[in-house]
Design a protein around this ligand. Structure first.
Ligand code: LMR
Length: 394
């Protein structure tokens, strides 16, 4: 039977990681996969996580199963972090998942369970794995306009026009903040306009929030999703702890189903737990437990917030340095959007040939659509990248 399997094209982001690893040049620069690196090029374990890990080692007395939804304390803490007081706790059903990707996958499956004819609206472009998972699940994908590559900003009118085509029973996937791959984000005025269109269509929104705290701050980055939660009848949220807690390999995420009608919560909770049981039974616990400890201990939480803020400010400063250097070398504001974008990524708007040339001739690794991971830079490599971009005639 297995001889019937065919070779599959590899995930582009992961393939790039591999190519970078194999490149023997010293001068290479990795701007590929979305992993934070400090100015020394290291992806650190955050201080508060390390402390929590020590405490956990001392205090943990069992590795027996938690529950299908994971530890309820994790859900409570994360619901507070993402939703603040936008909705009451009894309006939210939630399960822990293996990372944000696990939550995304479960959200799509839940939507499909609720409506076998669901169509999923995604931004053009979106994180390639969104589309890959949807194709794998055989769910129809409808793209809505999002990024205007001329200006490097959001095409809000195009987006609203396309979203108006959604119907009740459709799922509309939005990025909570720090849009991946473009870095171009909705303003609060744009979020309001999106909410109004969605209200008219009756479609169900889903927010993927994987970079809370990397853009404008923990609360500012969640303001959009909180508005959707408080104004629309229902909402799915896939939240990741990989980046903002730096627990990538622990696979820590939460899927939330929010409803204005708290009488629905029990049914939603049951469906989410059922999905966990079918797919992997109990979700991973270690990362979730560390995150819960950090969020619930005032000292650890304050330390985590301070470190996260340093991470955010480091990326903002790299954005400004790169935009300035490109301005200086090119004599134009063409790349000014890099300083306006938020989060880890910016899409530079370079052709695939230019991206290849940057990799082959300058050892600069970025995703084929010219997405760069800002955190892959430091103050020494910013000028090298800017020079390479100008040299290849971008
Ligand atoms: C990315 O977009 O680089 C990250 O979300 C990591 C991944 O799994 O692709």
């Amino acid at each position: 039977m297995l001889e019937r399997l065919n070779d599959l094209p590899g995930d582009k982001i992961l393939a790039l990681m591999e190519m970078y690893r194999e490149d023997p040049r010293d001068q290479k620069i990795d701007l590929g996969v979305g992993v934070y690196k400090n100015p020394e090029g290291v992806t650190p374990i955050m201080r508060a996580i390390k402390t929590a890990e020590k405490q956990l080692w001392e205090q943990e007395t069992t590795k027996a199963y938690t529950g299908l939804a994971g530890d309820p304390a994790f859900a409570d803490a994360m619901i507070g972090l993402v939703l603040g007081d936008a909705v009451a706790r009894d309006q939210v059903a939630a399960v822990a998942t293996p990372g944000g990707t696990g939550a995304v996958r479960q959200a799509f499956e839940l939507a499909h369970m609720a409506n076998p004819d669901v169509r999923v609206f995604v931004s053009a472009p979106t994180w390639p794995n969104h589309v890959s998972i949807l194709k794998y699940l055989k769910l129809p994908v409808v793209e809505y306009r999002y990024f205007d590559s001329e200006s490097g900003s959001v095409d809000v009118n195009g987006m609203l026009e396309d979203l108006a085509q959604a119907k009740p029973g459709d799922l509309v996937l939005l990025h909570g903040c720090c849009h991946n791959p473009t870095g171009a984000n909705l303003t609060m005025t744009d979020w309001k306009a999106v909410v109004d269109v969605l209200k008219k269509t009756g479609a169900t929104p889903m927010v993927d929030i994987a970079y809370q705290g990397f853009g404008d701050g923990l609360d500012a980055d969640a303001a959009g999703v909180r508005m959707v939660a408080s104004e629309l009848p229902e909402l799915l949220i896939a939240a990741s702890c990989s980046k903002n807690f730096g627990v990538y390999r622990e696979r820590t995420g939460l899927l939330m189903a929010v409803s204005q009608d708290s009488a629905r919560q029990k049914t939603h909770q049951g469906n989410l737990a059922y999905l966990n049981r079918q797919n992997y039974s109990f979700p991973p616990d270690h990362g979730a437990r560390l995150v819960t400890m950090v969020l619930n201990d005032p000292e650890l939480r304050a330390d985590w917030m301070a470190e996260l803020e340093d991470v955010r400010l480091n990326m903002l400063s790299l954005r400004e340095q790169l935009a300035q250097e490109l301005q200086r070398l090119s004599g134009s504001d063409r790349f000014g959007f890099v300083a306006q974008h938020r989060g880890m990524f910016s899409r530079l708007g370079l052709s695939p040939e230019t991206v290849d040339c940057l990799r082959e001739e300058h050892g600069v690794y970025m995703v084929g659509d010219s997405r760069i991971n800002i955190a892959g830079l430091n103050k020494n490599t910013v000028p090298l990248l800017a020079k390479a971009i100008i040299e290849v005639g971008a």
